[in-house]
Write a protein that binds this ligand. Structure first.
Ligand code: GLC
Length: 422
């Protein structure tokens, strides 16, 4: 018996060695974000997967602006390029890009581990077109040392922020001519849309287009807060804020030239790195509310998706599964990329010492969701009209009520939402 088994086993392994398909290492390409440390944190994750599998990953650079990144992706996806396999996509893009992306549901047996609303957001026509990677929301960063020195509390309302910013700016200007009260993202791009959504929702001013497709923007609360934000330009916010994106605001704040900054959670760790002049002097909390509203933060965040054009669907999905795994999400949380897996929020060691978890939780209670689900494929136009017209108000070229009426007309004329007058 023994004598016959051994030769057969030997023959089988010889056959396997000679004829089995050799496992050739392939190179996948992933398009990751590049804001702050994002690209490096992505490279580190991709390298871990590469080490485990023997394959390699090329991490390509993408524009920092979400608006520009969308244009790049649309070009690659529409033309069915296979040069990029895995795409990091914004929380507002599933409706826009879903048709070009692989359905991941057959590969994701543990979908209940993720926030159900994110899974729903990433499901287009019953197809799961992306896995949630991290959650983002707008936060208020402040100089703890200066609030203490000038005897001010952390502001709860936009009016308080304005008054405190005015006072501290006046005081600081005697030593620092570049000092300003509040920096944020006023450039005409997706980031301004997020700031506007936060102003609106924290003032009960609606969400531009509601879940049933009705345009709700043209209301007094909305026009008041947008008018108020315009009054900040050149009083508590530098005129340059009209060109600021996330990284510009961060650079301004980290140079020690601002009291308050609106930014996403990624800015926390960087503001406390040795290169930052304000390291150790910063606090982080929810954004202010209107006199009658509750604090809010825009729902941001990024997902990982695989193009239908990939030559390596299985490997690409495997990379996505690895990058969205519990271990990777735990590692990335340290850098301000908040998990999309619910269980990680129960880990005291993870959340306790990370100052962004508490305000993110509070902001998400009254989260400002951009109307991307309500408007689907046409969201990009809604956002473009909103940021474009509000930008004109901020520049002093238009009054807020006029801009809101014009955005509403454009949305309705293009059939992207409907009017429902009482
Ligand atoms: C952040 C958010 C994203 C948003 C973008 C706007 O990256 O996560 O959702 O669209 O900022 O600048």
């Amino acid at each position: 018996m023994k004598n016959t088994v051994i030769p057969i086993a030997g023959v089988v392994s010889l056959w396997a060695a000679l004829f089995a398909t050799p496992v050739t290492a392939v190179e996948l390409t992933i398009a990751c974000g590049a804001v702050g440390l994002e690209r490096q944190v992505c490279i580190d994750g991709a390298n871990r997967w590469a080490q485990q599998t023997g394959h390699s990953v090329d991490v390509i650079a993408t524009p920092q602006s979400s608006t520009e990144r969308l244009a790049m992706y649309q070009l690659l996806l529409r033309e069915r390029h296979n040069t990029v396999d895995v795409f990091q996509i914004d929380v507002i893009w599933p409706g826009l890009l879903g048709e070009y992306l692989l359905d991941l549901s057959p590969y994701v047996p543990d979908s209940s581990a993720f926030f159900p609303n994110l899974m729903a957001n990433n499901t287009v026509d019953d197809r799961l077109i992306a896995m949630p990677w991290y959650v983002d929301t707008g936060l208020l960063y402040y100089r703890e040392d200066l609030l203490e020195q000038y005897g001010h509390p952390v502001p709860q309302t936009w009016n308080e922020l304005e008054a405190i910013a005015t006072d501290v700016q006046r005081g600081e200007r005697s030593q620092n001519g570049n000092f300003w009260g509040y920096v944020w993202q006023g450039n005409d791009y997706e980031g301004l849309t997020c700031n506007v959504m936060e102003w609106l929702v924290s003032n009960n001013g609606g969400t531009v287009v509601d879940a049933s497709g009705v345009v709700t923007l043209d209301n007094d609360r909305a026009s008041d807060i947008i008018g108020q934000a315009a009054s900040w330009i050149d009083t508590i916010s530098p005129p340059a804020v009209l060109d600021y994106q996330e990284e510009d605001a961060r650079a301004h704040f980290e140079a020690g030239n601002a009291l308050f900054m609106r930014n996403w959670p990624y800015a926390w760790r960087l503001a406390n790195e040795p290169e930052s002049k304000v390291a150790g002097k910063v606090g982080v909390t929810v954004l202010p509310r209107g006199e009658t509203g509750a604090p809010s933060g825009a729902l941001g965040g990024w997902q990982l998706a695989v193009t239908q054009a990939t030559r390596y669907p299985n490997l690409s999905v495997d990379l996505v599964r690895f990058l969205t795994s519990e271990g990777e999400q735990r590692r990335r949380a340290e850098f301000g990329y908040l998990p999309t897996r619910t269980a990680l929020y129960q880990e005291a060691e993870l959340t306790r010492d990370n100052a962004v978890f508490a305000p993110v939780g509070q902001a998400l209670e009254n989260v400002a969701v951009r109307p991307s689900s309500a408007t689907g494929r046409t969201y990009k136009y809604v956002s473009r009209y909103l940021s474009g017209e509000v930008h004109e108000v901020l520049r002093g070229n238009k009054a807020a009520p006029e801009a809101l009426a014009s955005i509403t007309d454009r949305i309705v004329e293009r059939g992207l939402g409907e009017l429902q007058r009482p």
